[in-house]
Design a binder for this molecule. Structure first.
Ligand code: DSN
Length: 378
């Protein structure tokens, strides 16, 4: 029964056009590592300091994955490769430097931030005092002056940059500067754009930010998991926050699969893939605007953009359902200063990581834009 359902899902994935900005398709090699014998092994602890026997190979493997992560991002930061997911990785950073009730800053969810950046429904919002910063109401761009004003007023211990639905470049250096001026640390959550950073297509937070976190299953085309980087003086407390603070045994099969995706991302073809992701997002967004659709910030610098559905008089849920009926998969998404509820917001988010992996052509993108436009208006 489960086998049938897995096959059904594979079939579904092969029959639709996937425009979900955070999804992708992994290689056979990544899948093979995920399904390998490494899933049988417990490995609590870190290389050279474990609590079980039989770990010689596992130690070599985890050390190699760490080396690959440092190489891909050209950094000498400490790396932890064990976090089960981005949510846990962010939480580990918080627990490594914040105490219950401490203040930190993160981008408002409806403006492109992530739930784990302190939204009140999450543990990050319940345990800590999150001050949300917003994008500018007119331009919908990050307002660094306002971030600085809030940081000066609230004196947070940590400022988080990074987003799940922000289509423009982020000035990580500026945010590090603001954080350090008020005595805060800076966590750059680069989950959505890590590939662009690794290939030099987006300015890097490394060298300035104190922590850098990325999930591995989006543009990096790896398994579900995360990498946490930090300046070396923060390494001990970060590792302790991951294990034993939040997690038990690491999922060594997932860590091996992360290693495979990092090896793939170190190949020259990965840079071309990332260039194509951006080019396809720019082309698709331009075609949609030519057809009269309204986009938040009128375009994109990266792999994603948001369509503001208000001029069409439909909601995000309606748009998502209409598109799914013609086999185009998107997610409903809040737009900045959205007055509609999150369950039925005023926008949809579109990303090009998955269709670029499937080698979509420019002609197909023009046809796709027409189909999206016709469907939304139909
Ligand atoms: N849920 C992911 C996204 O879609 O952006 C972020 O974790």
């Amino acid at each position: 029964m489960i086998r049938d359902l897995i096959l059904q899902e594979s079939k579904r994935q092969s029959e639709v056009i996937n425009l979900i900005a955070s999804e992708n398709f992994v290689s056979k090699e990544v899948k093979s590592a995920l399904g390998s014998d490494l899933t049988n092994k417990y490995a609590e602890g870190y290389p050279g300091a474990r609590y079980y026997g039989g770990l010689n190979v596992i130690d070599a493997l985890e050390t190699e994955v760490i080396n690959l992560a440092e190489k891909l991002f050209s950094t000498d930061y400490h790396v932890n490769v064990q976090a089960y997911s981005g949510s846990i990785a962010n939480l580990a950073v918080y627990f490594s430097v914040l105490k219950h009730g401490d203040t930190f800053m993160g981008l408002e969810l409806s403006d492109g931030g992530h739930l784990t950046h302190g939204h009140p429904v999450t543990v990050s919002g319940k345990l800590f005092n999150r001050i949300a910063y917003r994008v500018d109401e007119k331009t919908n761009l990050l307002n660094y002056e306002e971030i600085k004003r809030l940081a000066t007023e609230h004196r947070p211990k940590l400022i988080i940059s990074g987003a799940s639905s922000y289509s423009r470049k982020i000035d990580f250096e500026k945010i590090s500067e603001i954080a350090h001026e008020v005595g805060a640390l800076h966590l750059a959550d680069i989950s959505h754009i890590s590939g662009l950073i690794a290939t030099g297509l987006h300015p890097s937070p490394f060298g300035n930010a104190d922590f850098v976190m990325t999930t591995t299953h989006k543009i990096l085309r790896g398994p579900r998991g995360a990498l946490i980087f930090c300046k070396n003086e923060l390494a001990k407390q970060l590792d302790k926050a991951v294990f034993p603070g939040l997690q038990g045994g690491p999922h060594m099969n997932a860590i091996a699969a992360i290693g495979v995706c990092l090896e793939e991302a170190l190949e020259p073809s990965y840079e071309q893939y990332c260039r194509n992701v951006i080019e396809n997002a720019k082309l698709l967004s331009q075609e949609l605007m030519n057809l009269g659709l309204k986009l938040v910030t009128d375009g994109t610098d990266n792999h994603l953009f948001l369509i503001d559905l208000r001029p069409l008089g439909i909601t995000g849920q309606v748009a998502q359902d209409k598109l799914e009926r013609v086999k185009i998969i998107v997610n409903k998404n809040a737009i900045p200063y959205d007055t509609s509820p999150p369950q039925n917001p005023s926008g949809i988010r579109i990303g090009t990581c998955a269709i670029t992996t499937k080698n979509i052509s420019q002609n197909e993108i023009a046809n796709l834009a027409k189909k999206i436009n016709d469907t939304l208006r139909g």
